[in-house]
Ligand binder design. Structure first.
Ligand SMILES: Nc1ncnc2c1ncn2[C@@H]1O[C@H](COP(=O)(O)OP(=O)(O)O)[C@@H](O)[C@H]1O
Ligand SMILES: [Mg+2]
Length: 287
């Protein structure tokens, strides 16, 4: 590790406070499974439950949280590091005081920035950890060498799949990849676009069987969300489905999922103060 990284880590530890946001990355093997719609509506549902939530669009080159919300971001993550703006300047506000950071275009360069800019970025991220209850990263499909660090540094990772066999195989590949580098992360499985509860349960069972058999690894089912026309309707009207269709089947399922998630029926994946930022430094600096 370089001196600069050691200094940074020391600074981070000095300013660390007791309360640290739980960091959650939302990932999938295959694209178009519903990560962005889930990330956005899960974030809104937690915000409705009076939690301070920051949604961070990290889908490289394809960031679309702002499109799903029908807003035009004034600043994005790209401006933050180019102009060295304080992170608070690029945070936009959404429904129920949800905060979000738009991806913007040109995001690929973000991951190839100089050490000085990387340190600046990490310091800004560290600031955020004390200000929120949850920070949710909406990731792109698959895992590029650049984005995997955010996934690996997160306290928890939600792997999204549909019941389609190809999606299940890709989800398995993603889990295997994450698990290879980080056995401490709490891996959740979310089945989206299920035609029935039975189909959702079968999908969970199949993935649990293969991960147990081939990786000796256990995954935690986060829930099952139905295939629902409310989603495409919401996408078309650029309004999150949980707001446009509060009584839709999928919104009710998501409310239940959030309730279950928050009442702590799952084990906690947060391994202590500053775990996220220290792991991120490790993954960024020790490539
Ligand atoms: N539960 C669902 N029911 C019906 N359609 C869905 C559902 N989830 C996602 N979709 C459809 O899939 C498309 C892709 O969703 P999106 O959240 O952008 O996926 P990703 O971020 O994984 O690429 C949406 O535009 C919507 O039409
Ligand atoms: Mg997406």
């Amino acid at each position: 590790m370089t001196d600069q990284a050691a200094n940074l880590r020391r600074d981070m530890n000095r300013i660390k406070k007791n309360k640290q946001a739980k960091t959650i990355s939302v990932v999938s093997g295959k694209g178009g499974v519903g990560k962005s719609n889930f990330s956005l509506n899960f974030a809104i549902t937690l915000a409705k439950r009076h939690k301070k939530v920051l949604l961070f669009d990290l889908d490289i080159g394809m960031g679309n949280i702002d499109i799903l919300m029908g807003v035009q971001p004034t600043q994005t993550i790209v401006e933050m590091y180019e102009k060295e703006l304080p992170v608070y300047d690029i945070i936009e506000s959404g429904p129920y005081s949800l905060s979000y950071i738009a991806g913007g275009s040109g995001l690929p360069e973000l991951f190839q920035m100089s050490e000085y800019k990387q340190n600046y970025f990490l310091q800004q991220l560290n600031e955020l950890l004390v200000s929120y209850d949850y920070i949710i990263f909406d990731m792109g499909a698959g895992a590029s060498a650049d984005t995997i660090r955010y996934i690996l540094a997160s306290d928890e990772s939600v792997v999204v799949t549909t019941p389609e066999p190809t999606s299940i195989m890709d989800a398995y590949g993603m889990m295997k990849h994450i698990y290879y580098y980080n056995q401490d992360i709490l891996l959740y499985l979310l089945v989206n676009q299920a035609q029935s509860t039975k189909e959702g349960e079968q999908t969970i069972k199949r993935l649990q069987q293969v991960t147990k058999r081939f990786l000796q690894m256990s995954i935690t089912p986060l829930g099952i969300l139905p295939k629902d026309k409310a989603v495409s309707k919401a996408v078309l009207s650029q309004t999150p489905f949980s707001l446009l269709e509060p009584n839709a089947k999928i919104t009710r399922a998501l409310n239940e999922l959030a309730e279950h998630y928050e009442t702590g029926k799952f084990e906690s994946g947060n391994n202590g103060p500053s775990a996220f930022i220290n792991k991120l430094i490790k993954f960024v600096k020790e490539r």
